[in-house]
Design a binder for this molecule. Structure first.
Ligand SMILES: O=C(O)c1ccc[n+]([C@@H]2O[C@H](COP(=O)([O-])O)[C@@H](O)[C@H]2O)c1
Ligand SMILES: Cc1cc2nc[nH]c2cc1C
Length: 386
């Protein structure tokens, strides 16, 4: 069931696509480059601060990365960091691929809304806001009739397309609109999180399709499944992958075949954040799968993303490798909700304050390094990749 207002079909009776003002194209603008000059100034400033050159290690790289994304050295403290949690159910959960029943998705949406989930505690710790959006939840949530609801649970990707053509477009556009809404309201750092029983199965299919991996390499324990459920999940991923591989070079078709509306919306959100030049901290394996598709939708989007953590899901390592990202944290986490990204935010905030607030050798009247050591040693690529 679609409740998205612009979802009138624009297919002609022959199935051909026609232009329809009610059906805007799924397009993303060009992704801007981070600011090279701010990057260079941040590297130089790190060499002037009262510490041995390079001694704050990756904390220095993070500060430089943020300065280049803000176009400002010293960087500014984030005024409005925000997490958007994309909630959806997945038909494939009926195959017994999760350790929890699907009702938990609806229940956890309420829990996040009332402030009782891990993401809420971590956001409070980091000084960030949290918003949970029902994209494709089966049960009734307060947002059941909101503009962002695409449908109830997504189709079971092992035997059918997860979405219709119309739904995938609406979902990606809903995610794009959510990024615009948040950025227009002042968000200067975004985190995408997700909540959906069964969603590590579609995420595994997307990652396998885009990295040419086998099912056994991408199927993990999700919420904590036993060996029997792992075998069922691997069979579902195998069947889904057979369908997904046919369309793996077309990101919208891949989302339609295998993703689910929540993951499609997340891909639109991540792509648009980059188009708007807003930095993002990625979460674990599920967000990572959407990020891989977002990079296909908006090439270069990855330059605006930091990897918050390395999830224990085996496919998370494939995502990090594929996007060439090094995670801030590696804490054996596997929760989702944006929790790994939110746990990393205080480290990112610390990196900003170090670069912005420390005194230089000159200001403090301390003798700086001697001879050839007089320049900073922060080792970052010219693009300051995360
Ligand atoms: O993103 C991850 O790295 C991740 C790893 C394990 C579990 N999850 C979360 O667990 C749920 C999906 O797990 P499952 O077993 O139901 O597929 C979903 O709500 C995700 O937020 C997420
Ligand atoms: C309780 C619970 C909380 C979650 N948060 C993200 N995924 C989750 C899965 C479960 C089962």
């Amino acid at each position: 069931m679609s409740t998205v207002p612009d979802s009138q079909s624009a297919d002609s009776p022959t199935g051909e696509q026609v232009d329809d003002p009610n059906r805007p194209p799924v397009e993303f603008g060009a992704v801007p480059s981070p600011d090279d000059q701010a990057h260079r100034r941040a590297v130089a400033r790190h060499g002037e601060l009262t510490k041995p050159a390079g001694s704050l290690g990756r904390m220095e790289e993070l500060g430089v990365w943020i300065a280049a994304r803000q176009g400002s050295c010293p960087p500014r403290r984030f005024a409005r960091p925000r997490a958007v949690v994309f909630a959806g159910d997945h038909g494939v959960a009926r195959n017994g691929v999760s350790a929890y029943p699907s009702e938990v998705t609806t229940q956890m949406v309420s829990n996040i809304r009332s402030g009782g989930a891990a993401i809420n505690a971590l956001a409070a710790n980091a000084g960030a806001g949290v918003r949970v959006v029902d994209i494709s939840v089966d049960g009734a949530t307060e947002e059941a009739v909101s503009a962002h609801k695409i449908r109830r649970s997504s189709g079971s990707l092992d035997v059918e397309d997860a979405l219709t053509e119309q739904e995938v477009r609406s979902a990606v556009l809903a995610g794009r609109a959510l990024a615009d809404e948040e950025i227009d309201a002042g968000a200067d750092l975004l985190i995408a999180g997700e909540m959906g029983i069964g969603n590590t199965t579609p995420a595994a299919v997307l990652i396998a399709a885009l990295t040419s991996s086998e099912p056994v390499a991408v199927v993990g324990r999700g919420t904590g499944i036993d060996d029997t459920a792992w075998i069922r999940k691997t069979a579902a991923v195998r069947d889904g992958l057979r369908r997904a591989r046919r369309v793996s070079d077309d990101p919208l078709a891949l989302l339609r075949t295998s993703a689910g509306a929540d993951l499609a919306a997340m891909a639109g959100f991540l792509a648009q954040a980059s188009v708007r030049g807003t930095p993002v901290i990625l979460d674990g394996m599920v967000v990572g799968s959407a990020a891989m598709v977002a990079e296909e939708l908006a090439p270069g989007a990855v330059r605006w993303w930091l990897a918050g953590h390395r999830s224990v899901e085996p496919a998370a390592a494939l995502v990090l490798d594929h996007l060439d990202l090094r995670p801030v944290l590696d804490m054996d986490m596997r929760l989702g909700e944006g929790s790994g990204a939110m746990a990393a935010l205080p480290v990112v905030n610390a990196a900003v304050r170090v670069l912005a607030e420390m005194s230089t050798f000159e200001q403090a009247g301390i003798r700086g390094p001697t001879g050839a050591e007089a320049t900073g040693r922060t080792e970052v690529t010219s693009d300051a990749e995360g």
